[in-house]
Design a protein around this ligand. Sequence first.
Ligand code: ABU
Length: 380
Amino acid sequence: MRPLSLPPVNSWNEWDPLREVVVGSAENSCFEPTEPGNKPTIRNSPGTPFPTGRKSKEAIDLANEELAGLVAVLESQGVTVRRPEPRNYASPIRTPDFEVKNQYCAVCPRDVLITIGNEILEATMSRRARYFEYQAYRSLVYQYWNADTRVAWTTAPKPSMADEMYREDFWAWPLEKRHAMMHSFEFCIHQNEVIFDAADISRFGTDILVQESMTTNRAGVRWLKRHLEPRGLRVHPVHFPLDLYPSHIDCTFVPLRPGLILTNPDRPLRDGEEKMFLANEWEFVEAPQPVLGNDEMPPYCQSSRWLSMNILSISPTKVICEEQETPLQRLLEKHGFEVLPIPFRNVFEYGGSLHCATWDVRREGNREDYFPHVAYQPLT
Ligand code: ABU
């Protein structure tokens, strides 16, 4: 008897051969507004107010051109590409708990949605301007869900995003206080509501890592544990204490294939958390310094220069990398990868690079246990 074909939604890790992916779009993008969970600033222009409202046509066209280039490369590799629905982000939104001047964009589906096996999981999100970002993907999600009864779909509980959810003075903490607080993993969000962005999660088959960050709190990790453990998965919170503004794991700790992880030399894993990797013979390889310095990043970009590490795996032997990050490309080649370089700098000001701008819906392969020697404590 022939085995059943894989469901249309099937992705257990970050590296298996990619078959279908959603690529974001910059259409109608706005500047991210100032709000309790986000205080955007212009690089190298302290004191200059951050722009509000729509981004310029030129900035949108430049980003869309690079996103189209990514689509072309993916399609040339036999990957099916889907795109979000164009929406209006420029109008204010108001819920019973908050108001915000405008929404943001749909460039980074990775932050909003994650495929865990045959399940689509919609994150709670952590910022007001992104509360309704899932809407750009709803019709795609319905198409996947309607296509096959094996596809599951879960939306995590929406937090209030009321003022009380945030610790707004976080943004004014002096450096000394940040250093003093770096082992407490308390950032701009409190712990009393479930909060997570999907990009704080990294998938390794049976094992799921979740970074505690400015965009994911401990209640979010607990919710993920309670949701995923009954499905046979093991959820491990991870921490990078030297990252004083952590948001999203995919510029910090990037699995490349079974046994190999690209690590960020500025953001080591908390002492002790490396044990599960070492006990299972995983190797850490440090990413080289990014080509761009902090001051050379696009002025409106709120992400770090480590977007250099934000690569997209097409398979365990092939990755897409930003064109100018040649030191990283050479390192990856040395480790046996074929590298497909593409220009992507104009997407940076939308908060991400190649991994952020995608949501992998289908990869070949099944759930595997890459950590047979792990001391795991499920929630009791
Ligand atoms: N959205 C990914 C940003 C991560 C970083 O700034 O390092």
